[in-house]
Design a protein around this ligand. Structure first.
Ligand code: SF4
Length: 92
């Protein structure tokens, strides 16, 4: 499943050496994005694929497994600078 994203709605964060700049001067491994409530899409070969964390969402329960080594950018819905938030905290 792919979807075009809106730069005004999401942050598009490039992956460098398996890491993303989650917040200013706060680097996180992309594995964190896999389980973060703010991840929306992972860009692979220019296509935006639903983030695995959406598999926990009743509305988006069809997210597929993703090879994180292929991800070029993370499309992140965190616009307030909250940073990583685990889906496990939300569903427990
Ligand atoms: S807020 Fe979450 S999805 Fe966005 S960059 Fe940080 S860890 Fe990744």
């Amino acid at each position: 499943m792919t979807k075009k994203t809106n730069d005004d709605e999401y942050r598009i964060i490039p992956v460098k050496n398996g890491k993303v700049e989650c917040l200013i001067e706060k680097i996180e491994p992309i594995e964190r994005c896999r389980f973060c409530v703010f991840s929306r899409f992972f860009r692979i070969k220019g296509e935006d694929v639903k983030a695995p964390a959406l598999a926990f969402c009743p509305r988006h329960g069809d997210a597929d497994c993703i090879d994180l080594s292929m991800v070029e950018s993370v499309i992140c819905g965190d616009r307030k600078g909250e940073g990583f938030m685990s889906v496990l905290n939300v569903i427990s």
